[in-house]
Write a protein that binds this ligand. Structure first.
Ligand SMILES: C[S@@+](CC[C@H](N)C(=O)[O-])C[C@H]1O[C@@H](n2cnc3c(N)ncnc32)[C@H](O)[C@@H]1O
Length: 269
């Protein structure tokens, strides 16, 4: 039986629409030197596939397969593929714990903001390495929620971060994943690992609205608030106050938010 984790964010529009703004240029830049026009790439946990499309533009004579456990999100992803006009991408429903591919299939196996949601990230990396060709690379990028901080300081956003940690850990996942990637790669048997980090910054009106208004909605309309209430970590009234806190921050021209994304890329030997 394939492991099935509880996905903290949920695939409701407030979360998916924010994820769909991501690009390969920003989120997979550390992988770019390892991708050639002929690369065969697997994008694990592709979500709405905005990054998948960018990877396919880089591997224009190769191919990209995006996989995800969610079926509805794959319909959203299919829309992104259709809009892209690219013919070198396909999608499949699958779990990272049991990838439906032979050993040695891909030049690059990539997962963006996925390991932070898994109860067994080491098993996931092992399975990603299995389907990667000898000489190919496994690449992962994940946020570290502990580093999420803002100005002006906001008690409500601090409270959001506290509750998010509790909910994600209740789900058996590690929200500070970014700092643990090297350890997880080593435990998965990958020892030739290059680590880097890039900061997420939201400081313009558009960026504040992308992040702040998304979280204002996500605190009320996604799986996150349902889980927070079901697990006993927050009441609806507290979540409404946190949502208001996000709106207040997003409306402030001084509003600034930052966090670290950990990145790790390993050669498969
Ligand atoms: C935060 S989203 C990231 C989506 C995309 N990679 C991006 O960065 O825009 C995490 C995705 O991982 C998927 N996911 C969660 N557990 C998974 C698993 N065991 N196997 C494959 N995908 C999984 C979720 O369904 C979700 O779409």
């Amino acid at each position: 039986m394939v492991k099935r984790d509880v996905y903290t964010h949920g695939h409701q529009p407030a979360a998916v629409n924010q994820h769909a703004k991501r690009t390969a240029d920003v989120c997979a830049q550390f992988v770019r030197p390892f991708i050639s026009p002929q690369s065969e790439i697997l994008d694990v946990g592709c979500g709405p596939a905005s990054i998948t499309v960018g990877l396919a533009e880089w591997a224009v004579e190769g191919s990209v397969i995006g996989i995800d456990v969610g079926d509805e999100i794959l319909q959203t992803a299919q829309g992104a593929l259709d809009d892209s006009g690219l013919s070198n991408i396909s999608l499949e429903q699958a779990s990272v714990y049991e990838l439906p591919y032979r050993d040695n299939s891909f030049d690059v196996t990539y997962a963006h903001q996925v390991l932070q949601h898994l109860a067994d990230p080491v098993l996931a990396i092992q399975e990603m390495a299995r389907v990667t060709k000898v000489g190919g690379h496994v690449a992962v990028r994940d946020a570290d929620y502990y580093t999420m901080s803002c100005s002006p300081e906001s008690k409500m956003i601090d409270e959001w971060r506290r509750i998010y940690h509790l909910v994600a850990r209740h789900n058996g996942a590690e929200p500070d994943a970014g700092r643990h990637l090297l350890t997880w790669f080593h435990r998965a048997g990958l020892h030739q690992v290059e680590c880097s980090a890039t900061a997420g910054v939201y400081a313009t009106k558009e960026e504040r609205e992308n992040w702040g208004l998304s979280w204002a909605d996500r605190c009320l309309t996604t799986s996150f608030p349902s889980q927070a209430i079901d697990y006993g970590y927050a009441t609806w009234e507290e979540l409404e106050a946190i949502s208001d806190g996000w709106r207040e921050w997003a409306a402030n021209p001084d509003g600034y938010f930052q966090f670290i994304n950990g990145e790790a890329i390993a050669a498969v030997l």
